[in-house]
Design a protein around this ligand. Structure first.
Ligand SMILES: NC(=O)c1ccc[n+]([C@@H]2O[C@H](COP(=O)([O-])OP(=O)(O)OC[C@H]3O[C@@H](n4cnc5c(N)ncnc54)[C@H](OP(=O)(O)O)[C@@H]3O)[C@@H](O)[C@H]2O)c1
Length: 264
């Protein structure tokens, strides 16, 4: 398939922030490659975006905890004659069990999904973006990368990696027209807490802490186009992220221990 419209690949497009990105990028004139495990969800979204915006949508199912998935995904993209102008590395989840109680396969899956696949997909698309002199990559980090650490969760460390890696990549690639942004949302309405099993605790948090997924996607997309390597969407989240910087690590640790609503 050949197209003159730019193409965006969105991982985790079957729900939440990824689905909001797909909608936004379709409205903004992009064709889409939609990736997740749930084919029916992706097919429904693709049908709607085709009807509403005339978007050419390619649905590719993949389990990104599988170490072979990024290579297979990009091979399928190339087979269809597509090139990726925009990569939204969004697929993610968090376990809620204590580190010591989690089977290694669960922890390894989180690392594969949110560190290795994110890094490898960027590595697979960057050479063509660099050669074309244009590209946009949004990596989903989290406010967790700035907030006090959460007990037992690998999530804070994973999202801190994504933040630092995105900044370094942006510095390397910006001279070649490729912008990279770490998007760091706070609490966002999506299926995240249903998957994590923390919906009850999450629903007790004050509404001021919550954002809609489409607002997060809009702010992230504006940030990457402006060349901002880090985007913390929403005023409250910005205040939290700035407010934590001068707090000594020891105090952040104590604060994280006392405040973490998801500890088991
Ligand atoms: N919601 C929040 O409060 C929040 C805050 C900060 C950061 N984030 C980050 O934002 C990103 C999106 O989260 P969300 O809130 O939109 O969560 P969500 O509603 O649960 O959506 C997660 C998406 O990731 C996909 N996914 C999960 N595991 C996958 C796997 N093994 N292989 C392929 N796709 C997989 C899911 O699709 P399938 O199940 O169909 O595979 C789904 O499309 C994540 O990286 C998350 O860490 C979320």
């Amino acid at each position: 398939m050949t197209t003159t419209r730019p193409t965006a690949l969105v991982t985790g497009a079957s729900a939440g922030i990824g689905a909001a990105f797909a909608e936004l990028l379709a409205q903004d004139g992009h064709d889409l490659i939609l990736v997740a495990r749930r084919a029916e969800r992706l097919d429904e979204l693709a049908a709607r975006l085709r009807a509403q915006h005339g978007t050419a949508c390619t649905v590719l199912t993949a389990d990104l905890t599988d170490p072979g998935a990024p290579e297979e995904l990009m091979a399928a993209v190339r087979e269809q004659g597509l090139t990726v102008d925009v990569l939204v590395n969004n697929a993610g989840m968090s376990g809620s069990a204590a580190f010591a109680d989690s089977p290694w396969s669960d922890l390894a899956g989180e690392i594969q999904l949110m560190i290795t696949a994110v890094t490898q997909l960027a590595h697979l698309v960057v050479p063509e973006m660099k050669a074309r002199g244009h590209g946009r990559i949004i990596n989903l980090s989290s406010l967790a990368a700035f907030a006090p650490p959460g007990e037992s969760l690998l999530y804070t460390g994973i999202k801190t990696y994504v933040l630092g890696m995105s900044q370094a990549l942006d510095m390397e690639l910006k001279p070649h027209g490729v912008h990279v942004t770490a998007l760091c949302p706070g609490f966002t309405h999506s299926e995240f807490h249903d998957v994590m099993g923390t919906r009850d605790a999450a629903s007790k948090l004050p509404s001021i802490l919550w954002q809609q997924a489409d607002a997060v996607a809009r702010e992230g997309w504006a940030a990457v186009n402006k060349g901002k390597p880090v985007c913390v969407p929403g005023t409250v989240n910005k205040v939290i992220s700035h407010g934590m910087r001068p707090v000594p690590f020891r105090a952040q640790y104590v604060l994280g221990r006392s405040m973490n609503p998801f500890k088991n």
